[in-house]
Design a protein around this ligand. Sequence first.
Ligand SMILES: [Zn+2]
Length: 249
Amino acid sequence: MYKTKPCTIIPPADYLTSYDAAIEENPGNSPITESSGRKKRAVAEHTKFWKPGRTLKVRFLDPLSPYELFMFMQVFAQWEQHINLHFELALTGEAEIRIRTKTDEDRSALGTDALTIDKSEPTMSISLRPDEEYFEANLLHEIGHAIGLLHEHTHLEANIPWNKQKVYEYYGKMGWTQAEVDKNILTPANGALVDTEYDKASIMHYPVPNELTDGVWEVGINTRLSERDKYAASKIYPAAPDDTPWNTQ
Ligand SMILES: [Zn+2]
């Protein structure tokens, strides 16, 4: 989802702060709660999901017209239909989600990592405006990160037949080092944050041009929430907290 540079995830202040923020927000984020047989959670990486039922305030750090504000919040509402989280526009004061729009970057903190970011700093950057192509797709993707979803192409079961040399060259032209390509694209996620099957149609998937893979394998630009996106998110943020298998409260 990008014009020039691909999306990156904003790192937390540091690992321990990230862990503490995640567990304090939602004890179910602990990697220790594996007893329910959720095999993919065996990897010791904490998740960063908000507490189901939570209202998250959304504030825009740069001036936007009322029309633009409306259009941004409409996209939040698309996710809201499927999850037990509420997004509330905050015109002033503190907000968990702080969005920079005067930017050429597209990035977001991952779920509760937003709590570890200095309150004067954005937790999300969105480069496109509502009337531009891919605005909605781009914002849906970044909101996915904001609710704790990782990049789908780093899913442990993705098995994408990357042609690594071509991937390095392709993203190198956009200014990425090999290390950045490894981190953002080629390295499988340490601990799947969503316990569902790999989904090529996910809004959280980068486009994968066929030229970057061996053989015939590609993913186009996904522009809407896939059925599995909706399903996975609804499992993470269920209507009744008791339905969350890893919710210990
Ligand atoms: Zn992303």
